[in-house]
Design a protein around this ligand. Structure first.
Ligand code: TYC
Length: 104
């Protein structure tokens, strides 16, 4: 402080145009399999992806019928953490449930 003449002070008179940009988002997908129970997938969608019971049931059924489905869109680091959390919970429960992410 006090080291700049007012006319040269970079802190004065500079109109900063700060562009606010959203971070790139990634889709987190659940994949169907023949062994994971429907109830377990619904619990995952409620607790990991913050879905209501109704939404969770609809997404689970879409994955069951179509092979895969989107659980949500998140910045890279959050998407990676969700994938890891799903795999950890599935492994602990003895299910082969798979989750992946793909760029928007
Ligand atoms: N297909 C499983 C069953 O019939 C249910 C299931 C749904 C499994 C979604 C995985 O991501 C999944 N028990």
């Amino acid at each position: 402080m006090g080291d700049f003449l007012a006319e040269n002070d970079p802190r004065i008179g500079v109109k900063e145009e700060l562009e606010v940009r959203e971070p790139r988002k990634y889709k987190v997908l659940l994949l169907n399999d023949d062994y994971t129970t429907m109830d377990f997938v619904v619990e995952i969608l409620i607790h990991v992806f913050n879905k209501s019971e109704t939404e969770a049931t609809l997404i689970m059924l879409a994955v069951h019928n179509e092979g895969k489905g989107v659980c949500g869109l998140y910045p890279a680091e959050i998407a990676e953490t969700k994938v890891d959390t799903v795999h950890k919970l599935a492994r602990q429960a003895g299910f082969p449930l798979k989750c992946s992410m793909e760029g928007e």
